[in-house]
Design a protein around this ligand. Sequence first.
Ligand SMILES: [Mg+2]
Length: 260
Amino acid sequence: MPATPVTTLVLFDIDGTLLRTRGAGRRAFEEALQDVFGWRDGALAGVRYAGETDPAILAQVCLAHGEDAAFARAHATRVFAAYTRRLEAALRDPASRGEVLPGVVGALDALDAMAGLGAVRVGLLTGNVREGARLKLSAFGLWGRFAFGAFGDEVDVRSDLLPLAVRRAMDGEPGPARSVVVGDTARDVAVARAHRERAVGVCTGPAYCRSELVAARPDALLENLSDTGAFLDACGLDGRSRPRCRPTRSISRPSGGGPP
Ligand SMILES: [Mg+2]
């Protein structure tokens, strides 16, 4: 009797992995802080927010303003309502809207073809609040490309996003699943590591993330997603949509180099 096939869940981070906004997210967050608390522009100065969940960013900013985590939690609903309202407007501004990162659409097309054969499911694993994720991805026509997701406002600890994503992906179905987390920061790698799952690092995030990402030793490291074959290989998939067991390897590229 043949073994039950393993379903591979490919879980994408958003910012710096699928797309880059040109300041829309930061601008909207700072405007929301001004709307709700009256804190002036620049409230995010000095906050390293790449790879953080949106609620964790809010907690950091509150701490910098002498407020504690309970204060941040108490005001989160109002702040994120203001944030998503501001984000929607900021994403309409071509100057701050940003772009989809290289190779993303091709990678999603290839995964879709595999998903159609039943071996792969494609979802989101992101620190963005759900509505923020929807707005950012919808601005580029990508929201509908993901079958499921786990979002920053649904957990207290980022690593808890992975089991939440798995539950949603499998939706009560039996059968083994393995996960691949695709992200631009060491925090994305840490989520995969916390659950002994595979991490694919992609160097398209903020420049300051690169050295930390490399040091986190993802199972594979790609300059960007332009080479679809290399990306599928990094995920442990092949063109026939059959998950492969292969030794971990690292694909390192020099800074500023082309696609692998
Ligand atoms: Mg990111």
